[in-house]
Design a protein around this ligand. Structure first.
Ligand SMILES: [Zn+2]
Length: 95
């Protein structure tokens, strides 16, 4: 279970820093995709984002939890799952 405050991956301009180590950047890009997807008004829950676990070919289903304003995500194949907070108002917030 990953609990992620998305703000921790962003610089003061709200961007994913280019100086960030590759692995952290990949993770940041992964979370950005999930925020982008889950915050779409007409989100249809058809998963398109690949799982971050090595050797997993599953897709990630992100779900907006309106009560807590969190994005919960889980993989269709493996045990990977997590919660994203701190995504509101970022460049990937489509609301
Ligand atoms: Zn997976």
């Amino acid at each position: 279970m990953y609990i992620t405050n998305f703000q921790h991956f962003l610089d003061e301009q709200g961007n994913i820093p280019v100086t960030m180590p590759k692995e952290a950047r990949e993770l940041a890009n992964f979370f950005a995709l999930l925020v982008d997807d889950a915050s779409l008004e007409d989100y249809d829950a058809a998963p398109t984002i690949r799982c971050i676990e090595k050797n997993c070919e599953g897709l990630i289903i992100p779900i907006m939890v309106f009560d807590t304003d969190e994005i919960h995500w889980s993989c269709t194949r493996c045990e990977a799952k997590g919660i994203i907070t701190g995504w509101q108002g970022t460049k990937w917030d489509n609301r």
